[in-house]
Write a protein that binds this ligand. Structure first.
Ligand SMILES: NC(=O)c1ccc[n+]([C@@H]2O[C@H](COP(=O)([O-])OP(=O)(O)OC[C@H]3O[C@@H](n4cnc5c(N)ncnc54)[C@H](O)[C@@H]3O)[C@@H](O)[C@H]2O)c1
Ligand SMILES: [Zn+2]
Length: 333
């Protein structure tokens, strides 16, 4: 199936078993040269789907999501003589996608970018919406750009080789969509062969609606940050041992607790959200000292001069953006 994203530059998200096999055909219409950027886990499995392309394998993992890797991608593009009419493909999870798209957005002030997400998290979330970037000086996604892909090719067959830990990582982000939309049912048995494409499509549609309303993240798009302000702090304090999606799910637990303390959510509604997180085995404990936690939270991009903009769940399907000071948040942790 195909979903059209009506952003400033519209594009299609193709969600299909075996879709990667059709990518070469699609790329033929996109200029003469193609650079496929992938990581050391994904390139050996799926790189062979791209026969007539330049290939760059970067080291896998969040710790390589930095400007050094961007420089490597840019050097490859320049050394191979890529021009504005050529194309970069990001083949991999969210780390590869964020970096390949960022490099494409700044090389010659922007060359075409095609996203081929291979992780669950990248399929349901990071490959759509046009946020690109890298971590910088210890802060997540601190440097980057808004840059829409020309096309997203989502081959659900790739999930077959995805390690269990990464499935759980993606499910963390999927729980976010269930809390935002109030559609608990979308998660049940969602990765089974007959449901997976519909499930990816539901998440992409939820993201599409928010991104189309607020592409540059000035208002309602902040809702997609549910669990992220706390989640990024958890990722950082764990030295990235806790994956992004699981950290987001843990962050939703913290946000729910803060919502009850701030009288945004009733205990009863909070228990329903907690129940959903429990059902998908999302961890409970936050093992960090409150003081370290609050300092890590205060590195977040969503911080303003007076406080931090938190997405707090009122109940399943309804979230609010609330600005709170450091002292207020500390009291409710
Ligand atoms: N741009 C956005 O809107 C947005 C949204 C959410 C998350 N993100 C970013 O996405 C990143 C997380 O993405 P991720 O969870 O995909 O991490 P990731 O890219 O590190 O992928 C996870 C692991 O799975 C491996 N992998 C991926 N696909 C595979 C496959 N099909 N078979 C075998 N192994 C495979 C990767 O090599 C990696 O080791 C974070 O940096 C986060 O900030 C961005
Ligand atoms: Zn996320």
């Amino acid at each position: 199936m195909t979903i059209k994203i009506c952003a400033s530059t519209p594009y299609e998200v193709i969600i299909e078993k075996g879709a990667l096999d059709k990518t070469e055909e699609l790329l033929k219409g996109y200029g003469s040269k193609v650079l496929v950027v992938s990581d050391s886990n994904v390139m050996p499995i799926y790189g062979s789907k791209f026969n007539n392309a330049y290939k760059l394998t970067i080291k896998a993992g969040e710790k390589h999501k930095n400007l050094k890797t961007i420089e490597l991608i840019l050097k490859t593009l320049q050394n191979e003589g890529f021009t504005r009419s050529d194309t970069v493909v990001g083949l991999g999870g969210g780390v590869v996608g964020d970096m390949a798209a960022f490099a494409a957005s700044i090389y010659m002030r922007g060359i075409r970018y095609v996203a081929c997400p291979t992780s669950l998290l990248a399929m349901i979330d990071s490959s759509v919406g046009g946020k690109t970037g890298v971590d910088f000086l210890g802060s997540k996604n601190m440097v980057g750009s808004f840059y829409q892909p020309s096309c997203v090719v989502c081959d659900t067959e790739c999930l077959k080789t995805l390690p269990e830990r990464e499935i759980k990582n993606g499910m963390g982000e999927a729980v976010k969509y269930a809390v935002l939309t109030g559609d608990e049912e979308m998660l049940s048995d969602c990765l089974s062969a007959d449901k997976v494409e519909g499930f990816v499509a539901k998440c992409v549609t939820a993201k599409k609606e928010i991104v189309e309303a607020d592409e540059k993240d000035k208002g309602v798009r902040a809702l997609l940050n549910l669990g992220h302000t706390f989640g990024h702090a958890i990722e950082k304090l764990s030295r990235f041992k806790i994956s992004h999606g699981v950290a987001v799910a843990m962050g939703i637990r913290v946000a729910t607790k803060v919502a009850v303390g701030a009288k945004v959510a009733t205990k009863e509604n909070a228990e329903k959200i907690e129940g959903l997180l429990d059902r998908y085995f999302m961890p409970k404990a936050i093992e960090y000292k409150k003081e370290d936690f609050i300092d890590a939270i205060w590195l977040d991009k969503k911080r303003t001069a007076d406080g931090v903009n938190l997405v707090l769940p009122e109940k399943l399907g309804v979230c609010k953006i609330v600005n709170m000071t450091k002292q207020e948040v500390l009291k409710l942790l």
